[in-house]
Design a protein around this ligand. Structure first.
Ligand SMILES: *Cc1c(COP(=O)(O)O)cnc(C)c1O
Length: 464
């Protein structure tokens, strides 16, 4: 390096004396091995897909292939700076452009934005797009209809985009109640949001009719794509009538779930909504890739630059690894695994919505709770002692004492058998043992409200 040509200034000349600390800060003084052990030990107190079966329904905790970690960390990708000139990032832009095209193909929709940073953020972005479209075409439409089994992010996103939300009932079989939907569709309907397969793991077999009803009333259909893992290469939201959707790459396309870290939630929309997508959009003219900012109707930016490219590159690697045939097999195996587990579990934990499912199913502990005082929470906690992460509990809200189980396609039969056996044994155990489970973890039953509101984040030493 050449000698520095910036004159150095003593700190006393840069800051007034009263701004200077009199004592050194009290930083922990530890050796490197102590530090490494601290973090490695903390990391082993948690469960992850790399260490345990993790059947967390709706969240699709499938295995994250290590190859995708290696490829997304290649220096030519990882070392890029978003302010580099477009000519110098052609490789990355070509990956993003291909990814846009692949997601458009999988969705059956025309245009894609890779910017949103999570599924929920994708929902919000698409609803901003819908709001801008409605402002241009029929501003009186200000209502978003949402089924009662929907994920909580659906009404939250609709509210953030300025819409009023109205709930649509489900039938006892767990599908959208068409009469209730018909009675709520009118000239104020802007969007109907639907998850398909729905949060009970059932395919809405009236989906084409539902989309037709919404379109006849002048509304748009939003498809929550969190459950795409069940239908890749089998059916496409655009084909059954959706106008817009989001993807969750960390669910469907094996991205790591970031613990709140960088994620992605690309959205796809029909041609009439495409002019409203966030800028910039990656485009191709001739051999060159570029960025398209020339979109007068855009809702603007929702994320800096192109989105979280690290996660998007993993998605690209996953899609290229599987190809169209492989993606269809992913879904077929996800559905097969879920039905296998369902067939083993339903004998001791009832599954109210049926004998068949898509990629996940919802069992209920209602009878156990009534007869022996054992709740879904008790069962989930006790499974940790057996070395299994708990399923999702108490969601969806329309099933009492719900346990939502999603094995994913990445598990083998012996794991599914071991889980079913552990689950059966738990339901037979002494209720007192279950109320105080887990017994083998470093923390048993934290006060969940206080753990969120007043977390203890300071290390109190290994003796704790
Ligand atoms: C996970 C999920 C979301 C939200 O996605 P995030 O990526 O977690 O923000 C929305 N809807 C459903 C049905 C989901 O399972």
């Amino acid at each position: 390096m050449p000698a520095c040509d910036v004159p150095s200034e003593p700190v006393e000349r840069l800051l007034p004396p009263e701004a200077l600390a009199q004592t050194a800060p009290s930083l922990p003084e530890v050796t490197e091995p102590e530090l490494v052990r601290h973090f490695v030990n903390l990391s082993t107190q948690n469960m992850s897909v790399d260490s345990h079966f993790y059947p967390l329904g709706s969240c699709t905790m499938k295995y994250n292939p290590k190859r995708n970690e290696t490829l997304s960390s290649l220096a030519g990708l990882l070392g890029l700076h978003p302010y580099q000139r477009v000519e110098t990032i052609q490789g990355m832009l070509s990956i993003l452009h291909s990814l846009q095209e692949m997601l458009a193909e999988i969705s059956g929709l025309e245009a894609v934005s890779l910017q949103p940073a999570a599924g929920a953020h994708g929902e919000m972005t698409a609803l901003f797009v819908a709001a801008a479209y409605v402002r241009d075409t029929d501003p009186a439409r200000n209502v978003v209809l949402i089924p009662d089994g929907a994920h909580g992010t659906n009404p939250a996103s609709a509210a953030m985009a300025g819409f009023k939300t109205v709930e649509v009932k489900s039938t006892p079989g767990g599908l959208v109640d068409l009469d209730d939907l018909a009675s709520k569709l009118d000239e104020r309907t802007a969007v109907f949001m639907i998850t398909n397969p729905n949060t009970l793991g059932i395919f809405e077999r009236n989906i084409a009719k539902i989309c037709q009803m919404v379109h006849d009333a002048g509304g748009l259909v939003y498809l929550d794509g969190a459950n795409m893992n069940a239908i890749l290469g089998v059916t496409r939201p655009g084909d059954f009538g959706a106008d817009m959707m989001h993807f969750n790459p960390h669910k469907t396309f094996s991205g790591p779930h970031g613990g709140g870290g960088p994620g992605a939630g690309p959205i796809a929309v029909t041609g009439k909504l495409a002019p409203y997508l966030p800028v910039p959009v990656v485009k191709k003219s001739g051999e060159e890739y570029g960025l398209d900012f020339d979109r007068p109707k855009t809702i603007g930016r929702v994320r800096s630059f192109f989105g979280n490219t690290g996660v998007l590159v993993r998605t690209y690697c996953y899609l290229r690894t599987h190809g169209p045939e492989g993606l269809r097999r992913v879904s077929e195996n996800a559905v097969l695994n879920a039905n296998y587990l369902l067939s083993r579990v339903k004998h001791f934990l009832p599954v109210p919505q049926g004998d068949r499912c898509m990629h996940e199913f919802v069992a209920t502990a209602q009878t156990l709770k009534r007869e022996r005082g054992v709740s879904a929470l008790d069962i989930g906690k006790r499974l940790l002692d057996y070395g299994f992460h708990a399923p999702t509990v108490y969601f969806p809200l329309i099933v009492h004492e719900a346990l939502m189980i999603e094995p994913t396609e990445s598990e083998c039969r012996s794991t599914l058998d071991a889980f079913a056996e552990a689950l059966f044994r738990v339901t037979e155990e002494d209720p007192d043992l279950l109320h105080h489970a887990p017994h083998t973890t470093s923390v048993s039953r934290p006060d969940e409200v206080r753990a969120a509101r007043q977390p203890i984040l300071k290390w109190a030493g290994p003796e704790r």
